[in-house]
Design a protein around this ligand. Sequence first.
Ligand code: ARG
Length: 588
Amino acid sequence: MASVHSLASTVHQRVADALSAALPEAGSADPLLRRSDRADFQANGILALAKQLKGNPRELATTVVEALPANELIKEIEVSGPGFLNITITDEAIVKTLAARAADDRLGVPYAENPGTTVIDYAQPNVAKEMHVGHLRSAVIGAAMVEILEFTGEKVVRRHHIGDWGTQFGMLIQYLIEHPHELDHKDGAAVSGEEAMSNLNRLYKASRALFDSDEEFKDRARRRVVDLQAGDEQTLTMWQRFVDESKIYFYSVFNKLDMDIQDEDVVGESGYNDMLAETCRLLEESGVAVRSEGALCVFFDDVKGPDGNPVPLIVQKSDGGYGYAATDLSAIRDRVQNLGASTLLYVVDARQSLHFKMVFETARRAGWLNGDTKAVQLAFGTVLGKDGKPFKTREGETVRLVDLLDEAIERATGVVREKAEKVGLTEQEITENGAYVGIGAVKYADLSTSASRDYKFDLDQMVSLNGDTSVYLQYAYARIRSIIRKAGDAKPAAHPELELAAAERALGLHLDQFGETLNEVAASYEPHKLAAYLYQLSSHFTTFYDQCPVIKADTAEQVENRLFLCDLTARTLHRGMALLGIRTPERL
Ligand code: ARG
């Protein structure tokens, strides 16, 4: 496996070298190289540099140009405007660089220079509750970040911080103890996810009704919470049944999402129970937290309520109970001290940003987070309905995630079926592709807008064949594969000696940017930039395919070279989509 320098970075280096040779006092000045429409690249850095050194930018630019005669890489370089450099590279350099990428399984993408360990907190639904679109976002964005980070060589530890602890379990467990057979399954038959959820729903409703109407039950339920926190065995056994039943449901949804969630990575809130008392003790002893009206609190200068009074982070309530914050603080200690995290990444709804801001700051004050460890919330926005309002059913209820996924698959299957005859798909392929297209559509819609923004959940748009959708990309991929199949004996092969058409150069230069895009996405936690890259790749391919005949090209070499471009485009699309968690069927 060999990593390949991108053309942009090679040109950058050459210009930077020429710049410091022409102007030693400039040191290692940045030529500020950009892709450009006029030439292949434009360097704008000379302007600022000339200003700084009080020189004439055009003169300086001319000196740099003289130091860069045409060679195997640079075909032409010229001064333009007030002192920009326009740089055109040779066709040969493009094809040779792409050939080096094609020879590598990783498409020449280098590993990160200093990989660390990222603990990523994502896909964290709540026990005994339905999953909704918010859980979709965390799961989809988190899974993409896992793949992207791992691809750059980062060690990634997954943590699914499920909501499996808290006062509501007192009520549920007490009810189950009084109605012991409510979660029993018929003769050991495997339970489906749907069945598991409907059992939980039924039990939840029944226990809630009793809790609201029967004071004595309410008391028993409250005492049960204390038993749970104290680790009473019978209570824990019952609690475990809720967790297990919920997991059956979660896994069925993740499975539908074509997502691999491992049991050992599910460490819910309960997993930190043993650390809570110590976390509070350490905070109190160090003075980071103080007692206020019986509760253990951390205060912040810049966090105030609407009345102007400070709003504290409560780590222990006045009744002695521990909440969400105590758990998250304990999780930080575990992740930094036991898992060796250099980065903590939380893929969580933006509405929890204040919570994380306070939790991170508290951990910093306590010394659990220091300069070596960074903590980041990859905060995502709300999923809206077509009307632009938070997504609800007509009855005002939260929309069930499974229902949405089923509908997406159904619509997508319809889209696939329409073309199936022409492509010659079997019934099995239609079903399989329908799921890949439907789930891909949902994931892509989520991943193609910046995570911080709200987005509209619009299935019509998501499965549309035109525009920035996964189906469009999947069709582009399948079309390329079909071209290569139809080429028969002609095989992809790079021919650096050939002259390239404009559309070939544009496609080639974009293909060469894959690694740089990935590095940027990995560093900024912005998977939508990968989606945008892939969409542009398909667009470049479409233009190329419109303008440059492949199988019917003039010469055998040209056929091979164009097949080579097709093949590298397909492999880049396939890899990029896989990093986003989206399948690319061979025939569609
Ligand atoms: N279970 C929570 C919810 O559904 C999300 C958990 C986020 N992770 C964390 N470490 N707090 O809102």
